[in-house]
Write a protein that binds this ligand. Structure first.
Ligand SMILES: Cc1cc2nc3c(=O)[nH]c(=O)nc-3n(C[C@H](O)[C@H](O)[C@H](O)COP(=O)(O)OP(=O)(O)OC[C@H]3O[C@@H](n4cnc5c(N)ncnc54)[C@H](O)[C@@H]3O)c2cc1C
Length: 472
């Protein structure tokens, strides 16, 4: 028997791999360790906690029969299971904290059906491949993450929340954005269950703890010729005000509006020949037919349009998608040059208030550089801040978080790998009741939920009505 790679399990992983045949497995320790990581290293706190957490074996099921075989075998041996798509999560969601089996879904990647306003796909499909297939039929995904080139759709539903398109179509969890999904149970006879309507949110954003998503049907919208636009402004307040004006303008239908502090733009070398130096940036995606209206609006807001290119023109110029300077790609651009940067996730007062953003800036200090995303939440335009923070100590990081909170900006912890406090502010007992139904032994990524430990022995019905002790 070979030694466990994780050092946390006592199973014979060679025998386990043999039992999984003919499912493809990866046993080479270097490769297993690689597939035990995601983008948790954005956070120096998570990096210290997670960089030595590994799985023991990787399986790559090619279809639902293979997947059922993996889950049945894991159930029989009480083996911890971590699901993995593209591994682009930021909080170590796909890191196996208890060792065990990593199931990588990327071979389950078929596009099953494209119809009027929907696409049905297997969970391991890469999002860019879905969009490419849709474009050929005149459609596109209503919402997709800036990581579309490497992320899977199952990982986006399991770990993501919003992205390009959220400015027009809201959050993933909003009714109609995910039309239905199928998820497989982890039992001695794994079976697929269909989730529709409100029930989808019992599996969405559960970080792979509530069953294995096998198939997703998503909302699509007519494909448009999107122009990647970048306008620059003298002050951050002006850029933010222009972002809000763009998000609410009649006759312009953007799917992305993102403002970036000038100091961050200095870390975008590929844009150096396009962007005016030392100016604050508003990045947007607007339909080609709205470009004149967009230019007029930017000018009225005191901005200068530095770049306006279609996807084809960007490609011809050797430039990436403009959304690779938005969402958590903004942080990545800085981290490529300097690993001492990190970030926060912060909510903002609604409706967006340029004066409130401006008033906060001096209070935050020179080690915090703002970056806001505009999105539609509950029918209203909102913003959230994903600032670059120059990390010195945990104490300073918490001080910055406290400054945000004290000024009415709620912080969502980006430095925890627990679903409670980070992805969700509080424990979601309806989620955990579904975990008990889908994964009765608690094999799926359970160490990512603090609340699971206190309810795992209860029935799903009792978990749903569970009231935590006051100090929990
Ligand atoms: C540069 C950068 C930019 C980003 N931009 C965005 C953005 O615009 N919007 C956004 O929401 N997020 C964003 N993220 C976070 C992340 O990339 C997205 O959520 C992404 O879609 C995750 O997909 P993935 O395939 O990489 O998932 P993974 O990281 O592999 O998995 C994410 C979670 O889902 C679970 N999971 C994976 N597959 C399944 C399955 N089949 N069934 C059930 N659970 C499963 C995993 O266990 C894990 O908990 C960004 C991250 C980075 C590093």
């Amino acid at each position: 028997m070979t030694q466990s790679i994780s050092g946390k399990t006592t199973l014979d992983w060679d025998a386990f791999a043999a039992e999984l045949a003919p499912v493809e497995t990866i046993t080479e320790p270097v490769l297993v360790k690689k597939r035990s990581r995601d983008f948790f290293w954005y956070s120096p706190i998570l990096n210290a906690q997670l960089r030595r957490s590994f799985g023991d074996l990787v399986a790559r099921p090619a279809n639902t029969d293979d997947l059922a075989h993996c889950l049945r075998t894991a159930y029989a041996h009480d083996a911890p299971v971590t699901l993995r798509g593209g591994g682009t999560g930021n909080y170590g969601q796909a890191v196996p904290l208890e060792g065990g089996l990593i199931i990588e879904t990327t071979a389950m990647n078929r596009i099953l059906e494209i119809g009027e306003g929907f696409v049905r796909v297997e969970a391991g499909a890469i999002i860019e491949d879905i969009n490419t297939a849709l474009h050929a039929e005149g459609w596109e995904l209503a919402i997709f993450p800036s990581t579309q080139d490497i992320a899977t759709i199952g990982g986006f539903i399991g770990g993501g929340s919003s992205g390009i398109g959220s400015l027009a179509h809201g959050m993933l969890r909003d009714p109609g954005n995910v039309i239905s999904l199928k998820a497989m149970t982890v039992t001695d006879t794994p079976e697929e269950r269909l989730f529709e309507g409100d029930a989808i949110n019992q599996i969405h954003h559960a970080w792979g703890m509530n069953g294995v998503i096998t198939e997703v049907t998503l909302r699509t919208v007519p494909h448009r010729n999107w122009i990647g636009c970048m306008a620059t402004f003298e002050t951050y307040r002006d850029a933010y005000a222009a972002g809000y004006a763009l998000a609410t303008a009649d006759g312009i239908a953007p799917i992305l509006a993102s403002t970036v502090d000038a100091r961050i733009c200095a870390y975008f070398p590929r844009l150096a020949e396009y962007l005016r130096p030392e100016k604050h940036l508003l990045t947007a995606l607007v339909p080609a037919e709205d470009l004149d209206a967009y230019r007029a609006l930017m000018s009225a807001q005191g901005g200068h349009v530095d770049l306006a290119m279609s996807e084809d023109e960007l490609k011809a110029a050797g430039l990436p998608h403009v959304f690779e300077f938005a969402y958590n790609h903004t942080t990545l651009q800085v981290l490529k040059a300097d690993r001492s940067a990190t970030y926060l996730q912060v909510g903002c007062p609604t409706p967006p208030d340029p004066d409130a953003i401006d008033a906060l800036r001096p209070k935050l200090g020179d080690d915090v550089w703002q970056h806001h995303e505009f999105a539609l939440l509950g029918g209203q335009i909102v913003t959230f801040d994903l600032p670059i923070v120059w990390f010195t100590t945990e104490e300073r990081l918490h001080e910055i978080e406290a400054t945000y909170e004290a000024n009415g900006f709620p912080v969502f912890d980006a430095h925890t790998c627990m679903v409670e406090k980070g992805g969700l502010k509080n424990a979601d007992y309806r989620h955990l009741a579904w975990k008990k139904r889908m994964d009765p032994k608690g094999l799926l990524n359970s160490a990512k939920s603090r609340a699971w430990e206190s309810v795992k022995h209860l029935s799903p019905e009792d978990i749903e009505t569970f009231t935590p002790p006051e100090d929990a």
